[in-house]
Design a protein around this ligand. Structure first.
Ligand code: NAD
Ligand code: DAU
Length: 361
């Protein structure tokens, strides 16, 4: 039996990971630790498969005493570390929270793992793993002609969010080279799918379109992201955490690189088909260009040949299938949307980020 600590497991990817792991791996016990910030909710941990193998602890990863207790009491041998402030736009408006959770929080977890595994030796060293979930944003931005990001690409973070994730990656690697802590890191591209907080492009566009609000496209809408369905990411993460080489980094991506405009148009077309009688059909009429995000990265593309060849992983969902499943999920879960938006001062965020946007280019 593995004893897995999932940090940030009440958020988007973390909760999908908890559902995935309980449903696919009978030999795991999971402790989810989450501070339940605006982005985390117990709504995301409802209807778990086999909930008897799951414990939820409400707490901050920067609380060293609590984290030490969790390692000791639950004999944690595997950490899958998702907890973070994750939204670029929020990092532009409020960067301090990103340094606190993404840098100090990660450092606190590393110290707790070092004490439990290397000093107190609560679990044999060859049976432990600290897997850090990171992002392709640490590599910066690509021009049209640049090759895709690879594991060796130099770090060039450009937003406070990306800088804080880059700092956390450096700490995780330093704990491997300095102390021999058994770690792995994955740098993944943009995820989408069920339970994503509706501040991110895809769920925001779905919810705005269904309620007849404008669809705010930053700048010219020709920025490019590499989109990965969240279940595919969860499968890749477990492979890396259990079969990936200690001390190594793996790039993960979806092999899908449409411009933002194309993503938004596809969502509109899917909604036109699913809701032909909506007063907002055709939904494309709601698309509106708004001033750009400051320092907006232009293009991401990620080379997944290492994880493909070493671990035999590749994405299972294509973008059209994944977007259709995602739109359907949001339409079928109005109670989730209502709970999440009420818990989080969602209207306050929409006001702060979208009203009075100024062109800073
Ligand atoms: P999210 O914002 O949906 O969830 C983050 C979770 O962390 C929330 O449940 C929140 O309550 C929790 N959290 C925040 N601060 C905490 C703290 N101090 N202590 C404990 N819990 C805390 O994020 P997500 O999109 O699910 O991303 C998860 C991880 O994956 C992040 O590390 C992010 O950098 C990384 N990542 C995300 C994407 C993406 O497209 N969403 C892509 C690549 C990597
Ligand atoms: O690449 C991985 C990263 O992907 C993760 O590390 C981050 O946690 C995650 O939030 C995501 O970052 P992005 O900034 O790429 O995601 P977001 O959904 O915020 O934006 C996607 C693109 O859509 C980006 O080019 C900005 C644009 N956009 C976004 C919003 C919210 C708009 O045009 N309008 C919007 O209202």
């Amino acid at each position: 039996m593995r004893h897995v600590l999932v940090t940030g497991g009440a958020g988007f990817i973390g909760s999908n990971f908890v559902h995935y792991l309980l449903g696919s791996e009978p030999d795991v016990q999971i402790v989810t630790m989450d501070a339940l910030t605006y982005a985390g909710s117990l709504e995301n941990l409802k209807d778990l498969p086999d909930p008897s193998r799951h414990v939820f602890i409400h707490g901050d990863i920067a609380n060293r005493e609590l984290v030490d207790c969790i390692f000791a009491e639950y004999e944690i041998d595997t950490v899958v570390h998702f907890a973070a402030e994750s939204h670029v736009d929020r990092s532009i408006l409020d960067p301090g929270a990103f340094v606190q959770t993404n840098v100090i929080g990660t450092f606190t977890l590393l110290e707790a793992a070092r004490k439990a595994w290397l000093v107190d030796k609560t679990v044999p060293r060859d049976a432990v793993r600290f897997h850090h979930v990171s992002t392709d944003e640490v590599f910066g931005t690509l021009s049209k002609a640049d090759p895709p990001f690879r594991e060796e690409t130099a770090y060039q973070p450009r937003s406070p969010y990306a800088a804080s994730k880059a700092a956390s990656d450096h700490f995780v690697r330093a704990y491997y080279t300095t102390y021999g802590l058994p770690i792995s890191i994955s740098n993944c591209s943009n995820n989408y799918g069920p339970r994503q907080f509706p501040e991110k492009l895809i769920p925001l566009m779905i919810l705005n379109a269904t309620s007849g609000k404008t669809l705010p496209i930053y700048g010219d809408g020709m920025q490019i992201r590499d989109w990965l369905y969240v279940d595919d990411h969860c499968e890749a993460l477990w492979k890396v955490a259990t079969q990936g080489r200690v001390g190594e980094t793996y790039c993960i991506g979806g092999d899908n690189q449409p411009a933002n405009l194309e993503i938004v148009r596809t969502i509109c077309q899917i909604l036109d088909e699913l809701q032909p009688d909506s007063p907002f059909t055709p939904h494309e009429q709601l698309m509106t260009f708004v001033p750009d995000r400051p320092g907006h990265d232009r293009r991401y593309d990620i080379d997944i040949s290492k994880i493909k060849s070493e671990l035999g992983w590749q994405p299972r969902h294509d973008l059209q299938q994944g977007l259709l499943a995602t739109v359907r999920w949001y339409l079928e879960h109005p109670e989730w949307v209502q709970a999440i938006t009420q818990q989080s001062d969602y209207d306050g965020w929409m006001q702060k980020n979208y009203a009075n946007r100024k062109d800073q280019t």
